[in-house]
Design a protein around this ligand. Structure first.
Ligand code: PLP
Length: 394
């Protein structure tokens, strides 16, 4: 017998993947240049040159048994130390290498933390709009998935709704800023209010309510906006980071979980994360990538190309009449669907080979997401289609 739940997950594609595959089929028919694919969040700028240089140097300098061998389960101590040192230098923290678990990207980092918190009746909150994979991550790892409805004006956090969603079973809130899909960066005021609510509720229920800070986009911010370091605002914060977007390395599967000492029950939580990683089978992240990020940990991406895409799309779409909170980070825009039904609007766009993701799976069915990590030429070719679609919307 086969697990029904896993069978279902394995046989249904996300609507992002559906659109992406459709785009590939259409490209074979109408030509790649006539498909405007805004579906996937795959980085469109190459990894910095120093990444390749570091990999070459490692291949030359380090003996091949260490490059390709197993490391310790949570990662090589030197690499974990490089990550801790970088965080301490940037955020004035006292993180130790022993607080860092190197993971195969943000996804298994998140799953390990969720799994580590999966006590009986555990609930994990996500704030709409949210990365759709949170739902299967939470629901298939022993917790109830609870959605905090969106602030559809600014895409900050509706504290009244957050407070309503918390109860004695709430174990954690997933916070993703800069946000996928809105591109919004939570302000410091938002995060301070969030911290106040969680502190009050944790006291009321007599147990910690953790923030799981999902931070693959931490380094992607524009207009000089500040991306607050959440552990400095709320001590009970566990970080899930990844170099998938910041260094354009999604295929290398490298990231980390950081459980600082200031977190309540830090040592036990870290050990439980290690235990969860063990049963998921993602201990010992790729050794070559551990060595690479240790050498590249202080590199920051050149976001100029994403910024140009963001400005071009935001200016053009709002001039046609689309409504959208201005993105200040990540590489997405979350746009209100003309007519109010994003699935219907996305279907109309699809007929013109414009692939935009309806927001239902992100918890906002009236909005669609476009990924701005795309080719600038494609953006320019697609603008007349965006304009025609809104003009012809009845
Ligand atoms: N969290 C968010 C918000 C994401 O957008 C993604 C990937 O797109 C992930 C987590 C997973 O990242 P990774 O590739 O590091 O597993």
């Amino acid at each position: 017998m086969i697990s029904e739940a896993m069978l279902k997950l394995g046989t249904t594609r996300s609507c992002i993947r559906e659109l992406f595959e459709y785009g590939n089929q259409q490209a074979a028919i109408v030509g790649r240049e006539n498909v405007y694919d805004y579906s996937l969040g795959n980085p469109s700028i190459p990894a910095p040159a120093q990444v390749k240089a570091s990999i070459n140097a490692i291949l030359d300098e380090v003996n091949s048994l260490s490059i390709h061998g197993y490391t310790s389960a949570p990662g090589a101590l030197d690499a974990r130390k490089a990550v801790a040192d970088d965080l301490n230098a940037r955020f004035d923290t006292s993180i130790r290498p022993e607080n860092i678990f190197l993971s195969c990207g943000a996804a298994p980092a998140l799953i390990s933390v969720i799994r580590a918190l999966a006590v009986e009746d555990a609930e994990i909150l996500a704030i709409a709009p949210f990365f759709p994979e949170y739902r299967p991550f939470v629901e298939n790892n022993g917790c109830k998935f609870v959605v905090v409805p969106a602030d559809t004006q600014q895409f900050q956090i509706r504290m009244d709704k957050l407070e309503e969603a918390i109860n004695s079973h709430t174990q954690a809130v997933i916070v993703n800023s800069p946000n996928n899909p809105s591109g919004v960066v939570y302000t410091k005021e938002t995060l301070v209010s969030l911290a106040n609510v969680l502190t009050r509720k944790a006291k009321e229920f007599g147990h910690p309510i953790y923030i799981i800070a999902d931070e693959p986009y931490r380094e992607l911010a524009y207009d000089g906006v500040e991306v607050s370091f959440i552990p400095s605002i709320y001590p009970d914060t566990v970080i899930c980071y990844s170099w998938s977007k910041s260094l354009s390395l999604p295929g290398e599967r490298i990231g980390y979980v950081c459980v600082p000492d200031q977190v309540t029950d830090s040592a036990q939580l870290f050990a439980a994360v290690c235990g969860a990683a063990r049963i998921i089978g993602h201990v010992c992240a790729p050794s070559l990538q551990q060595l690479t990020v240790a050498r590249c940990v202080s590199l920051r991406p050149d976001v100029e190309a994403y910024d140009r895409n963001r400005k071009t799309l935001y200016d053009a779409l709002t001039s046609y009449g689309y409504e959208c909170a201005k993105p200040k980070g990540a590489f997405y825009m979350f746009v209100k669907a003309p007519g109010g039904n994003a699935q219907a609007f996305s279907d109309r766009a699809k007929e013109k080979n414009l692939l935009i993701v309806p927001g239902g799976d992100f918890g906002c069915p009236d909005f669609f997401r476009i990924s701005t990590s795309v080719d600038h030429g494609m953006i320019l070719r697609s603008l007349p289609v965006f304009e025609e679609l809104i003009k012809t919307q009845v």
